[in-house]
Design a protein around this ligand. Structure first.
Ligand SMILES: [Zn+2]
Length: 361
């Protein structure tokens, strides 16, 4: 029976959001330690993929749960939370030897003082397990890959879909890489090329004309014999950290990487101007909405999107709407402001009140 350490630490950090992400924010999505990691979350996303390891290895697995801390997107993770996670991971790994480590990470996790928390965690794991124990990590396709991550992990495996629908199969692909490393040792090659570009994520879906054929080639490359990972990471743009950019990453046995990295890098570079257009300002959106014969008129306020880690309390669109009269029309807007909600509850149903809204986060 193999003893395999497992952890999930995920958040897409938006370094433009001044509000730090605390332990309580992670707790809303489920914070687990020790055996709870697989018992409570072993049927979800990447961990569900990891749970196929016994059948891939052909023998039972004893899971050594480290930490499960997941949050979707938000301001940088507080340094104290990083310290707590790393301390727990190292303490658990020191308690007994393991045959391998599987980590489910995002790859765009930053703290106020550590721009590459994923690399930091991988380094801290490697520090305890030493060079001979296989360490495989899964990452979101919007990860920003660093040299620290590449050097600390044996293999990095990225999602192959955006919108992301392959969390479980990505976890399963990681078990295939880990099985290969356990059987044959870490004698594989890794090649990675940084493509110095960031793009507006819109239009870069892997099911769209722009990226589909490229991601299909990555998928075909990875199922070839001896290939442990063929991943392209289109770094998310709300991350102001050193060396931000796309990365093609390949891990393989044999003499040659499955894909020609220079050719793929050129192909990615040729797509960088796609969708590079100026976005409308709130005033022009309001006048367009009022003139439109169609209703309702929906606006995606991308600059303050909470699913990209923004605070969600901008009043820019609201301010533009208040400058105009709306005869016979109305608007439903979105703004996170717990204090304003509390005041509305206190005023009671049917009451009218004046209050300040927004900008509180
Ligand atoms: Zn993503």
């Amino acid at each position: 029976m193999k003893r395999i350490a497992v952890a999930q630490i995920q958040q897409e950090s938006n370094t433009f959001n001044p509000r730090a992400t605390e332990k309580a924010d992670f707790a809303e999505y489920g914070w687990a330690i020790g055996e709870e990691v697989m018992r409570l979350y072993g049927a979800t996303d990447e961990l569900a993929g990891f749970s196929h390891l016994p059948e891939v290895l052909g023998e039972p697995v004893e899971w050594v749960g480290l930490v499960r801390a997941k949050e979707l997107a938000g301001g940088p993770i507080a340094d104290a939370v990083v310290d707590e996670i790393v301390t727990r991971i190292q303490r658990t790994l020191h308690a007994g030897p393991v045959d391998g480590v599987l980590l489910s990470l995002h790859g765009a996790l930053a703290s106020p003082t550590i721009p590459d928390v994923d690399g930091h965690i991988l380094e801290k794991v490697r520090e305890v397990i030493g060079p001979g124990i296989p360490l495989v990590a899964t990452l979101d396709l919007h990860a920003n890959i660093t040299c620290t991550m590449i050097q600390a992990a044996d293999v990095l495996v990225g999602y192959h879909t955006f919108p992301h629908i392959d969390h479980e199969s990505c976890g399963r692909r990681a078990t295939r890489a880990l099985e290969n490393l356990i059987r044959h040792g870490p004698t594989h090659h890794v090649s990675a090329i940084k493509i110095p570009q960031i793009v507006n994520a819109k239009g870069f879906a892997t099911t769209g004309e722009l990226m589909q054929s490229l991601y299909e080639r990555l998928q075909r490359a990875e199922v070839c014999d001896g290939v442990l990972s063929a991943s392209l990471f289109m770094a998310q743009p709300w991350l102001d950290v050193p060396d931000l950019g796309w990365t093609l990453y390949q891990a393989y046995r044999g003499e040659h990487a499955p894909l020609d990295e220079e050719a793929i890098a050129d192909e990615c570079w040729s797509k960088r101007e796609f969708n590079a257009r100026s976005l409308p300002n709130p005033e022009s959106i309001v006048s367009e909405a009022l003139q439109s014969p169609l209703a309702p008129f929906a606006v995606s306020e991308g600059h303050d999107a909470t699913n990209s880690g923004a605070p969600g309390d901008s009043t820019r669109l609201l301010a533009a709407m208040l400058k105009t009269s709306w005869p016979g029309a109305g608007a439903l807007t979105y703004c996170i402001d717990a204090n304003a909600v509390q005041q509305a509850y206190s005023a009671g149903q049917g009451a009218t009140l004046r209050l300040l809204v927004g900008g509180s986060r």
